[in-house]
Design a protein around this ligand. Structure first.
Ligand code: ZN
Length: 123
């Protein structure tokens, strides 16, 4: 999960594609993934602790057209040939454009105010 987030941050869509399950992989291309995500500038990831071993709930923060947004998803993984791969995810209803005050704590959990931290990555 964290490695997929990192790959989105640096635009490594080959890795993203490679970590899909084999069935989903046949319906995707690197170009399609890139087109979908390349306008997003990711800046923070929060993993929500939970019980199920094959799911990961997370909040991933990004700027789209300079505005902060959040992707809140519970992702499902399955094991193929001894390796965990992404199969699908459910969006939570609070995803999308979000309001973060300049003086609010930065979502990246640096302990700094948003304006002194990741807000500077919006441009
Ligand atoms: Zn930050």
């Amino acid at each position: 999960m964290r490695s997929r987030y990192s790959a989105y941050c640096i635009g490594d869509y080959g890795y993203i594609l490679d970590t899909y399950d084999s069935e989903t992989k046949t319906t995707l291309t690197v170009d399609a993934l890139a087109e979908h995500a390349s306008e997003n500038k990711w800046f923070a990831l929060q993993i929500v602790p939970q019980q199920k071993h094959d799911c990961v709930e997370f909040k991933a923060y990004y700027f789209y057209q300079r505005r902060p947004h959040m992707l809140h998803e519970t992702s499902r993984f399955l094991k193929e040939s001894g390796r965990w791969v992404y199969t699908s995810g459910d969006l939570h209803s609070d995803f999308g454009k979000i309001a973060i005050g300049r003086n609010d704590a930065c979502p990246c959990q640096s302990g700094k105010k948003f304006k002194q931290c990741c807000l500077n990555k919006a441009a």
